[in-house]
Design a protein around this ligand. Structure first.
Ligand code: PLP
Length: 359
């Protein structure tokens, strides 16, 4: 069976070795030695001004929305994983969708201003598949209208825009270290924030609002990660360059061998150093997609329909028409991409797709 992704597992003995520290200190959570070590390593690898590791990639979104959104309207993208809109609604804010750009698949910055009302407090946009939003234009709009900017950068581990980590853009940026993501701690994530005062608030919020043992800054939640998960991150960490190289090879294979006349690919934003996190292909119509999916499934190959359905069509969300997002959503399929996928498997995937498109 070939799935859309396969978790990279480090050699078990290397994980065990790190776990020995946990047994030695008998310290399992509450920002232990391993979490702090992983933060230090990530800060330097990613070249970011701050990093706070969290229990997953959704809680930091919720914390950021709670602090910056203040029960208001938040402008967001319909083309993302459900966690993006769910974080807004869960925190009693209202998502206001703005359609996406047909080539970049990120929020269409030219349509943001028309969606701003007196109730708008923030923009929450996703750098889809590691492809950056137009961060400069969004920054200008935010300054002009006094809005905060949160980026769901769940897919962006290692991505740079104009030589700078993508996590450095916006007021707060979040990433996911879920097992299906490029760098993982089984479950986990992180948030990034350049403003020291805001970072401090986010930090307190992820630890029940504690400001010291008896003092509270305010309301908080539990967004901490355990030492066991940090150990996984530390065991994966030395393989990062290898992971990126291997993924790049797979992407290059698809680029060279898929029938380009029948599919469209994501357009990466200029000045982006990408991380090869996903391989999305867009078909001419949904029938072609379903046809390709059926033929792949028949030989136990399971690509995934990321992102489908378009979030504005989900039952508990206020309906709004987002024609570009709905159209891309219905035609996009992410192909298997992971370390260790064999060349013979890639050959098979490409052959099935090219052949299905000629039927
Ligand atoms: C994976 C993902 C999340 C959620 O991350 P978790 O770590 O699973 O909570 C949020 N947004 C996007 C776009 C994602 O792909």
């Amino acid at each position: 069976m070939i799935n859309v992704t396969k978790t990279f597992l480090p050699p078990k003995n290397e994980y065990d070795e790190i776990l020995n520290d946990v047994w030695a200190t008998q310290w399992l959570t509450n920002r232990g030695k391993l979490v702090l070590e992983l933060e230090t390593k990530l800060k330097s690898y990613l070249d970011v001004s701050s990093v706070l590791i969290t229990s997953n990639g959704t809680v930091p979104l919720q914390i950021a929305v709670k602090i910056l959104g203040e029960n208001s309207e938040i402008i967001t993208t319909p083309f993302s994983y459900v966690a993006t809109s769910a974080a807004i609604i869960w925190e009693n804010c209202t998502p206001v969708f703005v359609d996406i750009h047909p080539d970049y698949f990120t929020i269409d910055e030219t349509k943001i201003e028309a969606a701003i009302t007196s109730k708008t407090k923030a923009i929450l946009a996703t750098h889809v598949f590691g492809n950056p939003c137009d961060v400069e234009t969004i920054e200008k709009i935010a300054q002009k209208h006094n809005l905060k900017v949160i980026y769901d950068a769940a897919h962006c581990f290692g991505v740079k825009y104009k030589q700078k980590s993508i996590f450095e853009y916006g007021d707060v940026s979040t990433v996911s270290f879920h097992a299906t993501k490029l760098f993982h701690t089984a479950e986990g994530g992180a948030l990034f924030c350049k403003d020291e005062k805001l970072f401090q608030k986010l930090y307190y919020s992820h630890n029940f609002g504690h400001k010291g043992e008896l003092d509270f800054y305010g309301l908080g939640i539990n967004g901490k990660i355990s030492e066991l998960q940090a150990a996984m991150g530390l065991a994966v960490f030395p393989y990062l360059d290898y992971i990126l190289d291997e993924r790049k090879k797979v992407v290059e294979y698809y680029n060279a061998n898929l029938d380009k006349n029948k599919i469209k690919k994501i357009q990466l934003r200029e000045n982006t150093t990408w991380n090869y996190s996903y391989y999305p292909v867009v078909f001419n119509n949904e029938t072609d997609l379903l046809n390709v999916q059926t033929h792949l499934n028949k030989v136990s190959i399971y690509p995934r329909r990321y992102f489908y359905p378009s979030l504005n069509t989900i039952n508990y969300i206020n309906k709004a028409e987002m024609p570009i997002s709905e159209s891309i959503s219905s035609r996009i399929l992410c192909l298997p991409l992971y370390v260790g996928i064999k060349e013979s498997e890639l050959e098979q995937i490409v052959a099935v797709i090219n052949k299905s498109l000629c039927l």
